[in-house]
Ligand binder design. Structure first.
Ligand code: ATP
Length: 270
């Protein structure tokens, strides 16, 4: 059961330079998650306590998981991912116990980053109608709060949670000693989109007509995940015509394809 509900990576091998357009976010995450793990004496010297947990919120595909993995890599920490929605949907009746197990594992494998994706599935506002499903969700949530409250800051475990729907979160989660640092992960701006495009085409052969500025302009309102999909699709167009390099036309075609799929509501944020 464990293996299915959580993903465990010893050091995910993601570097900060693989993340585009999120410099301010990274600065905050480094201060509140990386430094407490790598240089705890900095905090002791001043007499301040690092946050127990950090909540990242923002649209799907903006790089929340990527950030958590990068911090774990940099801090040489174990990365443990648990999905809030899996916990509720796939493991009915076991949620509370699994939360307990995953926190125990995070302590055993420390230094570690425990990443709780889609936390809104567990920590949504408790306004349900009292059906068994929601009672189960409540028990899971209470276990999560209990684990966080019993947390020993010296144990070298940091918790990062992520959500697309901060509006649905139970405010109890945001109290001091729980997720007391809330960081927005925004959609990339034009410069950010250009960086992300560069990152995902680093290993690709690009024709001289590929215009990064134009691409950054036309991908307005798209996420990092969308941009990654565009680069992959463009590569596939080249492959199909047995070409050797990606041209601006491939990118335009890929963009059209991705945007029309988006309009048909095909999720590709994963
Ligand atoms: P979700 O809320 O849907 O779980 P997320 O915010 O966790 O999404 P990620 O899973 O981190 O998003 O992003 C998916 C993929 O998109 C990443 O693995 C990465 O390849 C790419 N990506 C997203 N944002 C960025 C970024 N800012 N820079 C570079 N690549 C990015």
């Amino acid at each position: 059961v464990r293996a299915q509900v959580m993903e465990l990576i010893n050091s995910p091998g993601i570097d900060y330079d693989m993340i585009g357009g999120l410099d301010d976010v990274l600065k905050e995450v480094i201060e509140s998650v990386e430094l407490p793990l790598t240089e705890p004496e900095l905090f002791e010297r001043i007499g301040i306590e690092p946050p127990t947990g950090v909540l990242l919120y923002g649209a799907p595909g903006t790089g929340k998981t990527l950030i958590a993995k990068a911090v774990a890599s940099r801090a040489q920490a174990t990365f443990i991912r648990m999905s809030g929605s899996d916990l509720i949907q796939k493991f009915v009746g076991e949620g509370a116990r699994l939360v307990k197990d995953v926190f125990q594992m995070a302590r055993d494998k420390s230094p570690s980053i425990l990443f709780i994706d889609e936390i809104d599935a567990v920590g949504g506002m408790r306004t349900h109608d009292g059906t068994t499903g929601s009672a189960e969700v409540n028990r899971t949530m209470l276990q999560l709060l209990a684990e966080m409250d019993g947390f020993d800051a010296t144990k070298n475990v940091k918790i990062i949670a992520a959500t697309n729907r901060i509006d649905l979160l139970d405010p109890a989660l945001l109290r001091p000693g729980r997720f007391d640092r809330v960081i927005e992960v925004p959609l990339p701006d034009e410069k950010g989109r250009m960086e992300i495009f560069r990152i995902h085409t680093r290993k690709m052969k690009l024709a001289p007509d590929v215009d990064f500025e134009k691409i950054a302009k036309m991908t307005n309102a798209l996420s990092g995940a969308d941009i990654k999909v565009i680069t992959k699709e463009a590569g596939m167009f080249v492959l199909r015509r047995r070409g050797t390099e990606i041209t601006m036309k491939d990118i335009n075609d890929a963009y059209e394809k991705v945007v029309s799929e988006e309009e048909n509501n095909t999720p590709h944020g994963m």
